[in-house]
Each structure stands twice: as C-alpha cells, then as structure tokens.
Design a protein around this ligand. Structure first.
Ligand code: COA
Length: 172
C-alpha cells in the first residue's frame, strides 16, 4: 500500500517499534491526555499503543502515521479509522506533540492523509472529523484542512460535552 505524499517538510509513515522513546516523550502532555487516548507513560504502555497501531494496519480498520520533520523528529500522528470496510465513510484523527504545536503541522499532515485516503480507498466518499465543542484548536484544524462544519452532536462517551462533526467530501 502506498503512503501519503510528503508535504511541506513533513513525512508521514507507519509507526515503528523504534518510535517508542519519542512517543513516550510526546505522550506526557496533559492536552493529549485530555483529548486523545494516547497513553505511553513507559516502554510497556508505549509498546501497547504501538501494537494497536500495527494491528490496525494488519486488520485494515486503522491506518495511523507518525508525522516527522526532515530530520526524523517525531511531530505528531494522523490516523484514518475505517472500522467498516463496506461503509462509504471513514473517520480521521490527529495530534501534534506539544513542542511542535502552532506551526500548522496538523492541518498539513491531515491534508496529506485526506488526499491519500481518497486515492487509496475509492469507496470512501466522505471523511468525518469529530471533536468536543471546547476543543477549539481541533476546530481550527478542521477549518484549515477543508473539513466543513456539518452539525453539533450530543455528548457521548467518552466525551462529556457536545461535539462538532466536520466532513470532507471526495472531490468530484
Ligand atoms: C489540535 C492540535 C492537533 C492542533 O495541532 P497544530 O499542529 O498545533 O495545528 P495548528 O498549528 O494549525 O494550530 C491549530 C490551532 O491550535 C491552537 N494553537 C496554536 N498554538 C498552540 C499551542 N502552542 N498549544 C495549543 N494550541 C495551540 C490555535 O487555536 C490554532 O489555531 P490558529 O492557527 O487559528 O491560531 C493540537 O493542539 C493537539 O494535538 N491537541 C491535542 C490533541 C487533540 O486535540 N487532537 C484532536 C482531537 S479531536
């Protein structure tokens, strides 16, 4: 399977076991704890998270990519979640390490993932992006990446507050 095109100084590639150290360094951030399920307090937990990513690729329900700069430094993660291969939609997710935020990493990486997803899965017609209503940084990423606001969703586990659904449709 191909990988997303490099974009403006960023490379996206499947996570490797050798990323554990960089993952642990990034995962201690409170914002990641608040808004994502990334938990990597030490080598065992990091390996567990990496194993989930590897399984996702093998099974075909989750394609996650480490986002790296030209020097190979880990900057973040983008993922395509496709639990139902027969469905015409899929979901995207992302995070940027605290030390790399505010530089447009997530919008650029998400743009690359989006183009890759539509090119790789012809049956996918729309990509969904969900965030809790008070995650304003994520709302900005959606807007900057071509994911239009579609509707406000009721609170649902694990998010105690309402959410936004943004959608990016396959270009015609
Ligand atoms: C949301 C997130 C992915 C944005 O990534 P990024 O690479 O910093 O993206 P951008 O540089 O485009 O910044 C997006 C917005 O984040 C906010 N932001 C900017 N610098 C920031 C910083 N240092 N720390 C936190 N937020 C910041 C701003 O609102 C910015 O919007 P603006 O460009 O209109 O000012 C990142 O803050 C993150 O990883 N948050 C925790 C995980 C998360 O929320 N994931 C999404 C779950 S739905």
């Amino acid at each position: 399977m191909s990988t997303p095109e490099p974009v403006a100084g960023l490379t996206l590639r499947a996570w490797r076991d050798g990323d554990a150290g960089a993952l642990i360094a990034a995962a201690g951030d409170p914002l990641l704890h608040r808004w994502t399920r990334v938990r990597a307090a030490g080598p065992a937990e990091a390996q567990q998270w990496l194993d989930v990513q590897h399984t996702g690729w093998r099974v075909g329900d989750r394609y996650s990519f480490a986002v790296l700069d030209d020097g190979g430094t880990l900057l973040g993660n983008v993922a395509l979640k496709r639990p139902d291969p027969a469905a015409d939609d899929a979901e995207v997710g992302y995070w940027t390490a605290a030390y790399a935020r505010g530089r447009g990493i997530a919008p650029r990486a998400l743009g690359s993932l989006t183009r890759w997803a539509f090119a790789t899965f012809p049956g996918v017609l729309r990509l969904r992006l969900l965030h809790q209503i008070d995650n304003t940084g994520s709302c900005r990423v959606a807007a900057k990446s071509g994911y239009a606001y579609e509707q406000t969703l009721r609170a649902r586990d694990p998010y105690p507050r309402e959410g936004h659904l943004h959608v990016c449709r396959r270009p015609s």
